[in-house]
Design a protein around this ligand. Structure first.
Ligand SMILES: Nc1ncnc2c1ncn2[C@@H]1O[C@H](COP(=O)(O)OP(=O)(O)OP(=O)(O)O)[C@@H](O)[C@H]1O
Ligand SMILES: [Mg+2]
Length: 302
């Protein structure tokens, strides 16, 4: 949409060639998304000159079909498109498990902090501001490919902690938010659904039994991802309990016997949460006190 030239005259140098002479795997197919034909063509010839195959599209909606059919190794995405904006397209690509590992470089004439931040928020892997030199373009491509190979080797690693108010809606929101993170792991849709269910059950217990529904008590959720698994720890501030002494809860051996106990004690219907959660994760354990539960889901091997 912009009329600014993207390459300044005289900047196509031998240095550009050397820059690319490294050993990083470079993309084979590069999807170029820009409604400005000139810009699109220039980008195409630049990547072509580096032995990459350009795939040119001129509108946001064409991206998804092109991605499905041509399976690009990298996407150069203009921010201002006629039918939609690059952020929306990028976000959609990054939320889809089929496409979220394709590096996306946002290409734009806008260069302010706000836009960069939005780019980061939608998961873009690079940002290129017009006008740019070939060296800058290739440096951005290299960096994005670096991210890609790093990601392929190690996956998403790290740990996030949340201290939330003890309210079911906050628990629900955090859980939903985290499913975006799961999409970057090899977990299947089914496993993600199971894991979300387990967090709701165990977080629900922390709120109801650990905190006796006092919303002011902070509930701590820890999500840890490594190469093989995701570990979720849910900790409450309550007195804990002894998980081997809950006659009012179901067990694998006797899934309904506890119902009479609950009836006698005048406890609401239920008592299935822990049994259900145990069946949906690969490891399930409480700390000694009983106010912290650790849940592990291992990634499927391919
Ligand atoms: N964080 C916790 N702190 C204290 N007690 C707990 C905690 N989590 C579970 N419990 C005890 O374990 C029992 C069994 O929990 P479980 O989730 O299996 O059933 P429930 O919460 O009673 O009912 P349901 O989950 O089916 O609605 C609870 O009734 C409670 O007594
Ligand atoms: Mg429960």
């Amino acid at each position: 949409m912009t009329c600014q030239p993207i390459v300044r005259a005289g900047e196509w140098t031998q240095d550009s060639n050397r820059h690319l002479a490294g050993f990083l795997p470079m993309p084979r197919n590069v999807l170029i998304v820009d409604d400005e034909r000139d810009t699109n063509d220039i980008l195409a010839s630049l990547v072509q000159a580096r032995d990459m195959t350009p795939i040119q599209v001129f509108a946001g909606e064409a991206v998804f079909q092109a991605v499905r059919e041509r399976k690009p190794d990298l996407i150069l995405l203009d921010l201002m498109l006629p039918d939609t904006d690059g952020f929306t397209v990028c976000e959609k690509l990054k939320r889809d498990r089929e496409t979220n590992l394709i590096p996306v470089i946002l290409v734009t004439a806008l260069n302010d902090a706000h836009h960069r931040l939005s780019g980061v928020r939608v998961g873009a892997n690079g940002y290129l501001t017009k006008p740019f030199t070939p060296d800058q373009l290739f440096a951005a491509i290299e960096e994005a490919m670096d991210w890609h190979s790093e990601h392929q080797q190690h996956g998403t690693h790290g740990e996030i902690n949340f201290d939330i108010r003890s309210e079911p809606t906050f628990l629900q929101q955090t859980n939903d938010y985290l499913s975006d993170l799961y999409a970057h792991t090899p977990l299947t849709e089914r496993q993600i659904k199971d894991l979300k269910q387990v967090v709701l059950e165990m977080g629900g217990n922390a709120i109801e039994w650990g905190h006796r529904r006092n919303p002011e008590l902070p509930l701590r959720l820890t999500y840890r991802i490594d190469a093989e698994k995701i570990t979720i720890v849910i900790r409450d501030q309550g007195p804990g309990f002894n998980p081997s002494q809950i006659p009012h809860a179901a067990s694998d051996e006797d899934p309904i016997g506890h119902l009479d106990v609950r009836n006698e004690l005048g406890i609401r219907e239920g008592g299935f949460g822990i049994m259900l959660a145990k069946g949906l994760v690969d490891e399930f354990s409480y700390n000694d006190k009983g106010n912290e539960v650790t849940l592990v889901k291992r990634f499927p091997r391919d």
